[in-house]
Unconditional design. Sequence first.
Length: 211
Amino acid sequence: MEGFINDTPVATIIFIFTIVTSMYAFSNAEVYGKFMLHPYSVSRGKRLYSVITSGLIHKDWGHLLVNMLSFYFFAFTLEKTFVSLSSWGHVQFGVLYIVSIVLSDITSIVKHKEDFWYNSLGASGAVCAVVFSYILFYPMNKMIIFPLPIPIPAVLYGFLFLGYCWYASRNSRDAINHDAHFYGALTGVLLTIIYYPDIAGYFASQLTGRG
């Protein structure tokens, strides 16, 4: 644990805090209700804080497990990568995560501003931002898409994931906020390019084998 705190303090704090707040909300209906994103209210200037707090709680244990496993596998490596490139790496990682929570919710707020019964919660948008920022640095690393047991390049996973989210946001009725996944991923890519403009060229060189 000491190594995690020393090397990746921001990712460690986010990881622990998200698990703790989610577990607390599981047993506290009042907190659970207040922390959820409610686009109808937010679009009318109420419960604005929920744009952030919705990323700190999850629907159930399965939802929390999936997001935190994804975070664990990619976030700590990403923060180390940022730190290796900039003295502001820890701050950059924290900003990427928080901004991605907010921006991944914007489309949901606009899309569901007249839907009183719609709520959204979970860190998925920010986690997707982390994963896609990671993909820019390590596009040829292997990843697995459940339930397929065959590892595929991270870049291929990225394109398949974005395509699925785009389709599902328009056709699925599974109550999953696919828009948050899609726009969270794009936010991660955009912020990483803003931080490190040369990453686009590096990414391309990795794909062509010239890196």
